[in-house]
Structures are given as structure tokens and as C-alpha cells.
Design a protein around this ligand. Structure first.
Ligand code: GRG
Length: 298
């Protein structure tokens, strides 16, 4: 990509971030009934500087398929809200016991454990509400809800998290690790792309290709996440590092070593990008995002 292309892409990504941040701020403005502490706890983490990768994937998938619709931004907000709920709960003492998230004290540190659990619960429920409030055909809304509930449910996000916790301090294989991450991390990546495509009235072939792109991207993202936990900088990451080894987690660097893990992540990114070949220039942001995921340092 030329330098001017890179500038255009970074402007495009900055615009997406800006639009998503505005939409999230609106979603997290509550009227009567929502206690102040709950709204504050939600905004503390939802509006903190996360990378917004999943909402970016939704918008980029719609763009790759030719159009954004009402459902695009609602889905972008919904996936970020579910992701954020999962981060709040993952940081709790009963799970990963992390004190720093997105450069801020974790929600349970700032607002107490009960409020953190409840802020997560509220975000999960509200994510679905955001989709139902879209001005769109009822069939489309139901389809999006089916996609999202399945990705966030017991066989995907939550199931992956349970298996991840159970794998602590146990010997595991690369196959077991892949199965965990396909659900814990990959499911939310895939559903982001699927929702973006569905919102754009994509063909089944386009949805399937973006889904496979998301599967490879999600796994590569997780491998890089494991590598950053070992080698990354806590300041840049905005969260604690070195925790995986301390907690006896099953990770890619522990199983395969650093070099092989890096190679695997690079191979996955190449395979992800192969899926984008039939798309035109409109999929260029997805190509670039894949390389960003590989090279990221936060
Ligand atoms: C509690 C149901 C439940 C699930 C938790 C999100 C998660 C599942 C665990 C977080 C721990 C972790 C390291 C997961 C793997 C990678 C991941 C999801 C990292 C966080 O996502 P980023 O880096 O975060 O996109 P930001 O803050 O940038 O949005």
C-alpha cells in the first residue's frame, strides 16, 4: 500500500473509532432507574481507550460488502458491550484477578466486586436491547440476535472461558488450546464480521469468507496476546503482564516457544487475508487490520 493509501486508511480507522466512541457514549447515557454508581462503573470501562477492534470489524465487514445499514452501528456497539462485559468479569478475583484494564483500575477495584458483576450483567443485557431498538426488518433483528446470543453463550464465549480456567496448571495440547481460543476469543471476532456482513445484506459466500477470515484473525490475535503477556510492556498494554506464566495458563509460547508462535500467527494472518481475495478494494481495511493485529504492541 502506498503512503497516501496508509494515510487514508488511518483516517478511515480514526473516523470509525470516533463514530463508535460517540455511539457508545450515547448508549451509556442512562435515564431514571439506573443508579449513578452503575452508570459510572459502566462508563469507567466502556468509554476507556480500548482498541475497538470488534466494532471496527463490524463496520469494515459492512463496508467490504458494499454498504452500512442501521444494523451496522448497533451491532458494532453490541459486540463492544459484550466484549467489555467479558473483560469486567474476567478481571474479577474469582477469574483472572486483574487490577488494571485499559489503563485504568479494573471495575471491581474502582467500584467494588458487586458493582463490577452487575455492570457486566447490565452491559450484556443492554447489548441485545441495542439491537432490538434498530429500525430494521424484524427478521434481520432476530437473525442478528441469534448470531450474537450464540457467540456469547455457553458453547462459545462462556464455554471457552470455563475451559480456559479449568486448564490452569494442567498439561494441555495445542489442539486443546486452539479449541479454547476459538471460543473465548474467536467467537466474538467471527460474530463481529458476520454481523457486519449480514447488516450489509451480504451473500452467503461473502459471510462464509469473512467468517473464516475472523476465525484465523481471532486465533492470531490470541497468539499475539500470549506473546505480549510474556514480552510486552505493561505501560503500553494498559494491563498487567507476565500473568499467564504466574497463573500456570496454557499458552502458545509455553507450548510452542516464542519463534514457532510468531510463525503460526503470521501464517494465520496470511490465511485470513486469502479469504479476502474475491472482495475488491473495499476489503483493504480488513487486510490492513490483519497486519496491525500481527504487529501490535498493545
Ligand atoms: C468472562 C465470559 C467471560 C469471558 C472472558 C475477554 C475474556 C473472556 C478474557 C480476557 C482475557 C484475555 C487475555 C482474553 C484473550 C484476548 C482478549 C479477548 C483480550 C482483550 O481484548 P482486546 O485486546 O481488549 O481487544 P481492548 O481493551 O483493546 O478492547
Amino acid at each position: 500500500m502506498s503512503t497516501s493509501g496508509e494515510v487514508l486508511l488511518s483516517q478511515y480507522m480514526a473516523q470509525i473509532r470516533h463514530d463508535v466512541d460517540l455511539a457508545l457514549a450515547e448508549v451509556a447515557t442512562y435515564s431514571e432507574g439506573c443508579p449513578q454508581v452503575l452508570g459510572d462503573a459502566i462508563r469507567h470501562i466502556l468509554l476507556a481507550p480500548g482498541k475497538r477492534l470488534r466494532p471496527m470489524l463490524v463496520l469494515m465487514a459492512s463496508d467490504a460488502c458494499g454498504e452500512r445499514s442501521n444494523v451496522t452501528m448497533a451491532s458494532a456497539c453490541a459486540v463492544e458491550m459484550i466484549h467489555t462485559y467479558s473483560l469486567i468479569h474476567d478481571d474479577l478475583p474469582a477469574m483472572d484477578d486483574d487490577e488494571l484494564r485499559r489503563g485504568r483500575p479494573a471495575v471491581h477495584v474502582a467500584y467494588g466486586e458487586a458493582n463490577a458483576i452487575l455492570a457486566g450483567d447490565a452491559l450484556l443485557a443492554q447489548a441485545f436491547e441495542v439491537i432490538t431498538r434498530c429500525e430494521a426488518a424484524a427478521e434481520l433483528i432476530v437473525r442478528c440476535l441469534q448470531e450474537l446470543t450464540a457467540a456469547a453463550g455457553p458453547c462459545q464465549l462462556v464455554g471457552g472461558q470455563v475451559d480456559d480456567l479449568q486448564a490452569e496448571n494442567r498439561v494441555g495440547t495445542a489442539e486443546q488450546l486452539q479449541k479454547i481460543h476459538e471460543r473465548k476469543t474467536g467467537a466474538m471476532f467471527r460474530v463481529s464480521l458476520r454481523l457486519g456482513a449480514i447488516a450489509a445484506n451480504a451473500t452467503n459466500e461473502q459471510i462464509a469468507r469473512l467468517d473464516t477470515y475472523g476465525k484465523h484473525l481471532g486465533l492470531a490475535f490470541q497468539i499475539v496476546d500470549d506473546l505480549l503477556d510474556e514480552q510486552g510492556d505493561m505501560q503500553q498494554l494498559g494491563k498487567q503482564t507476565g500473568k499467564d506464566t504466574a497463573q500456570g495458563k496454557l499458552t502458545y509460547p509455553a507450548l510452542l516457544g516464542i519463534q514457532e508462535s510468531q510463525q503460526l500467527a503470521a501464517d494465520l494472518i496470511r490465511q485470513a487475508c486469502e479469504q479476502l481475495e474475491p472482495f475488491s478494494e473495499t476489503a483493504e481495511p480488513l487486510r490492513q487490520l490483519a497486519y496491525f493485529v500481527l504487529q501490535r504492541n498493545n
